[in-house]
Design a protein around this ligand. Structure first.
Ligand SMILES: Cc1cc2nc3c(=O)[nH]c(=O)nc-3n(C[C@H](O)[C@H](O)[C@H](O)COP(=O)(O)O)c2cc1C
Length: 635
């Protein structure tokens, strides 16, 4: 709102001056008014074009998107118009300041009349004025582009301190943790950030939304099940699992929506299936093709232990194509692909359990080795998760720790994304042993069966951005929070849940911490009733979905907790982000079960969000917002 006031202020001022002059009976001539408003138009146009061009250069946005192309065409037209008229404008304004020229007539609107010959004479005497104006305009816009390209820091300020051998483990871990610190700060939004930082890499090529492998043998998958049933490791079971993880659930307005949410509907994740023993699917390495609900064979034959540890019948491998997200979100994209993946993998987990099997996220694997086996280039697509699939609940035990990848000095082709992916990667194969869970299965299965069936919830889930002004009940809010935090931590114990109650029955506007153990909201501080919504909306980059929500759930990472991750602090950061995504999807599904509306929100000012919650960035990093509210019957 304050932005709007600043932008409109010159217009309001000009309107006010004209109003006062008219009231005093001294309204300038039509020509003078025309000249003054032309000048104002010129200033607004130049600021708009300058900001646009700065932004395109600064964010490495595609230079020839439709609306930019129209913008450039408009600039050319204005330049031509200016060339024709600038001398007249100049002359008119000059004449107004020169007493005795007779042009600054007071009183009623009247045509320029006798002034015209003089304007023409002035024009004839100063033929350079138009060219001068054009040159000024071109220089201003070129400067905006130049500043946009150079403004801000583009590299992580991290001195590579790691060593190259496993004996340098401590140095490697410290250097990787320093990259995480620097990356998180670098990818944080703040109001001043735009002047301090520029994109660290050229993001402008956008990969296609689906990975086509035309040369590979395709195997069509049967339609996914619509309700829970027995049997994960069958063709039908795996088809159901894959569809609910990343399948297409809606096509609307040219956008293909998937079963899991994804920031900007960009769906950077790709999924691969390594099969050893699943009836109906030949042993081998397959790629999931959501556009056909099919598998494409990458390599036939039993996968080796790196892809599929001994004893496991199948594994799901998740990667991300960095540029799918990066072309829109730039260096913050790595955060989004992790959170997106967490949402998708929660579906995997819940569907595996609903089919009486299990999906277990491995905390340690060797990214580079897996990328080589999948045949992908890590600068384009990186491995982010390895999930073991069993036909029953299992417990896994690592037979040895993996090592931290040494941090590399110097610029990386993919900028900070390459740096953070490398810093959070491990190397060296980790062996796992799996044992079926002994006593728990009957109770675990019974509990899973008592919970709502996740299959129809996932199939129907959507992000909702319009909420009714009706308050949210305290009980459904509690149910959502319980659903988010009851399952044991999969990869990380570092995620904390905060709540901003904006219109919740029995709660004044306030910030709270959710205590998962006691299942209670702990009061942090009050929010001013008059400004609570505006504050929440402002912190979320002005998004109405947050300002209009009844409650905003905000996830943070406890820095000390992820620093203590057994796989190292840097890997702990990645784990915690994915874990936040798992919680985020539970929120969506529980909201769906209760008939409420929810929407994940990854775009926010990190510093303002922390201040709103009352957390200090030294202890907790805000990583995810989710808006929750009563659905608006009008849609
Ligand atoms: C990590 C993450 C961040 C998101 N951030 C935003 C956001 O800032 N604003 C928004 O309106 N939607 C956001 N979304 C919602 C996506 O836009 C939405 O999932 C996508 O358009 C697909 O639509 P669907 O969820 O209805 O399938 C986010 C989703 C995820 C998973």
């Amino acid at each position: 709102m304050d932005k709007l006031l600043w932008v409109l202020a010159p217009l309001v001022l000009a309107g006010g001056v004209v109003g006062v002059l008219a009231w005093r009976g001294r309204l300038p001539s039509r020509t003078v008014l025309n000249a003054a408003f032309s000048l104002l138009l010129l200033v607004y146009l130049l600021v708009t074009a300058g900001l646009g061009i700065f932004w395109v250069a600064h964010q490495h946005l595609p230079v020839f998107d439709w609306h930019y192309v129209f913008g450039y065409a408009m600039l050319v037209l204005v330049a031509v118009h200016l060339a024709f008229n600038f001398r007249m404008l100049w002359h008119t304004l000059k004449r107004r300041q020169t007493p005795g020229t007779g042009a600054a007539g007071a009183g009623t609107l009247r045509p320029a009349g006798p002034a015209r010959p003089r304007v023409a004479a002035g024009v004839a005497r100063r033929p350079w004025l138009g060219a001068f104006a054009l040159l000024g305009m071109g220089t201003a816009l070129g400067t905006a582009y130049w500043i946009g390209l150079r403004q801000g820091r583009t590299e992580l300020r991290v001195v590579a301190g790691g060593g190259a051998t496993p004996t340098d483990a401590v140095a490697n871990a410290q250097a990787a943790a320093a990259v995480v610190e620097a990356f998180h700060e670098f990818s944080s939004h703040s109001r001043s950030g735009v002047f301090r930082r520029a994109a660290s890499s050229d993001w402008d090529t956008r990969p296609p939304p689906f990975k086509a492998l035309p040369a590979a043998t395709q195997q069509a998958l049967p339609p996914p099940l619509k309700a829970r049933a027995e049997g994960l490791l069958t063709r039908q079971g795996l088809s159901t699992l894959l569809w609910h993880t990343a399948g297409i659930s809606l096509e609307r307005g040219g956008i293909v929506f998937r079963t899991a949410p994804s920031s900007g509907a960009l769906f950077a994740a790709e999924f691969y299936l390594a099969v050893r023993a699943a009836p109906g699917i030949a042993p081998g390495l397959w790629h999931y093709q959501p556009q056909h609900q099919a598998l494409a064979l990458l390599r036939a034959g039993e996968p080796g232990p790196a892809l599929l540890p001994a004893g496991a019948p199948a594994a799901l491998l998740a990667t991300a194509l960095w540029r799918r997200s990066g072309h829109k979100y730039g260096d913050r994209g790595y955060r989004y692909v992790l959170a997106d993946l967490g949402h998708a993998l929660e579906n995997t987990r819940q569907v595996a359990a609903a089919l009486r099997g299990s999906a277990t996220l491995l905390p340690q694997f060797d990214e580079a080795a897996l990328a080589a086996l999948l045949g992908i280039d890590e600068q384009q697509e990186g491995v982010l998760a390895q999930v073991l699939l069993f036909g029953a609940p299992v417990q896994l035990q690592a037979l040895g720790p993996a090592a931290q990848v040494p941090v590399q000095a110097g610029p990386a082709a993919l900028g900070v994304t390459e740096a953070i992916h490398r810093a959070t990667s491990l190397r060296g194969a980790t062996a796992w042993t799996a044992s079926t869970v002994p006593a728990a299965p009957s109770t675990a299965v019974a509990t899973a069966q008592a919970a709502p069936d996740p299959l129809p919830l996932i199939a129907a889930r959507r992000s909702h951005r319009r909420f009714s002004s009706q308050p949210l009940g305290a009980v459904p809010l509690q149910q959502v929070l319980v659903a988010m935090t009851t399952a044991p931590a999969q990869l990380s114990t570092a995620v904390r849940v905060h709540v901003l109650t904006l219109t919740v029955e029995g709660h004044t506007p306030a910030a709270w911490r959710w205590d998962a153990r006691s299942r209670r909201l702990l009061y942090t501080h009050a929010l001013a009733a008059r400004t609570a919504r505006a504050q929440a909306r402002a912190a979320a980059l002005g998004q109405d979905v947050v300002g209009d929500a009844a409650a905003v759930l905000v996830l943070t990472l406890d820095r000390a907790a992820f620093a203590a991750d057994p796989a190292g602090a840097a890997r702990g950061y990645r784990h915690a982000f994915i874990e936040a995504g798992l919680l985020g999807e539970r929120l969506y599904l529980q909201a769906q079960a209760l008939g409420l509306g929810a929407c994940a929100v990854g775009a926010f000012y990190d510093d303002e969000a922390a201040a709103l919650l009352g957390v200090t960035l030294g202890n907790e990093w805000v990583v995810h917002f989710a808006a929750l509210g009563v659905l608006n019957p009008q849609g």
